[in-house]
Design a protein around this ligand. Structure first.
Ligand SMILES: [Zn+2]
Length: 381
């Protein structure tokens, strides 16, 4: 693969640049109101802070050549809702998904005790496993386990054991437990360093309906690429574009939360779009509809990460979180710091990274990003 595809499909090319530089925006971390928020002070015990990425040289997927400058008053800073306890989550089923880029991922479907939605974890690499999925369930047979995805290695016609791909190994060290042959060692592999994690909220318009009002589709694609492409390929691309890319040898997870439209649902989001066409920005539109600027929460994401073995109870390396939203760092770590974010890796829009050669531009997305920076505390640099 010579280059990163521009957007959702490798066959989609970058749209012609009609970039009207976004002026009047202050991106400097020193002027950022995040410094004064409770969320930030709580995270100061961690290695994460606004200044870290600017001073330690970690990832910065490069400041765009046309990084906007200027000032806009921060009027409606929005923070994710913090929760008091972690929800209970259970991975119901997982399946291998070969992707159009050639990479493979495992899609994990979760149920939980706070809503009826089917939240998802998209897992890249072979070292990240769901504990609730692997748990032996009373009365189930090996075929039951394989059907719900609780197997190691690969499925193939005629396979009989969920624990061994090779039937010859069966019975040498395994033992029966709840009707299944249990071999704990076969699933003991763990990430050797901090895996990449992206918490992504569902966006039907941006991911499925080709919307250029937001950059959700591009962010989802870019996160998957960073987690799945071989490091050699990524480094080659990075050197061509004079940027750095984070190491992905420990794989990655995209937690895909079903909270459309920052939690207000698709119908209300479409109303907000009409208000934006009437002259409001994305925050003003939500407020005009009597919704919070951001109604999302991340407790489910934290609980799913813990279930995937990435919490402090089983992962000494922490995670590297792909996000431009510093508040998300604290929210994802959970009420009792069940997960540790070791590093924040910024997600710079492709069109900014490449001077318009890749990605897409639209007046809507430029306004959307401007509002995210000026009113929602995002740091896109
Ligand atoms: Zn979106």
């Amino acid at each position: 693969m010579a280059n990163l595809p521009a957007h959702a499909s490798p066959s989609l090319h970058a749209l012609p640049t009609s970039t009207q530089p976004v002026n009047n925006i202050q991106l400097s971390p020193t002027s950022h109101p995040y410094d004064t928020t409770p969320a930030n002070s709580a995270s100061e015990t961690n290695s994460i802070s606004d200044g870290d990425n600017a001073t330690t040289g970690v990832p910065p997927i490069v400041s765009p050549p046309a990084t906007p400058g200027g000032t806009i008053p921060h009027t409606h800073i929005s923070h994710p809702k913090l929760i008091e306890r972690l929800p209970e989550v259970e991975c119901i089923v997982r399946a291998r998904i070969p992707t159009t880029t050639g990479a493979e991922m495992f899609l994990h479907l979760y149920h939980n005790d706070i809503d009826k939605k089917e939240h998802l974890a998209i897992v890249f690499g072979n070292t990240i496993r769901s504990r609730s999925l692997d748990r032996v369930r009373p009365g189930e047979c090996e075929r039951d386990r394989m059907i719900r995805g609780a197997y190691v290695g690969k499925l193939h016609p005629g396979r009989e054991s969920s624990w061994y791909e090779n039937p010859a190994k069966r019975g040498t060290t395994g033992h029966n437990e709840g009707g299944a042959v249990h071999e704990s060692e076969v699933i003991s592999e763990r990430p050797s360093e901090a895996p990449l994690v992206r918490i992504h909220s569902e966006c039907y318009t941006g991911e499925t309906a080709w919307s250029a009002r937001c950059d959700c589709g591009e962010q989802l694609d870019e996160a998957a690429r960073l987690m799945s492409l071989p490091m050699g390929t990524l480094n080659e691309i990075a050197s061509q574009q004079s940027r750095t890319v984070p190491n992905n040898v420990s794989g990655g997870v995209i937690i895909y939360l079903r909270q459309e439209g920052r939690g207000i649902g698709l119908g209300e989001k479409l109303k907000a779009y009409n208000l934006q066409d009437l002259g409001n920005d994305t925050v003003e539109a939500n407020l005009a509809l009597n919704h919070p600027a951001d109604d999302r929460s991340y407790g489910l994401a934290t609980a799913m990460l813990v279930d995937l073995g990435l919490g402090v109870d089983s992962n000494p390396h922490g995670i590297r979180l792909l996000t431009n939203n510093p508040d998300k760092v604290r929210a994802v770590e959970g009420p009792g710091r069940e997960v540790v974010v070791k590093e924040r890796v910024p997600m710079v829009p492709l069109s900014w990274q490449t001077g318009g050669k890749m990605g897409f531009t639209s007046s809507e997305v430029e306004g959307y990003l401007r509002t995210k920076i000026s009113k929602m505390g995002h740091m896109i640099q």
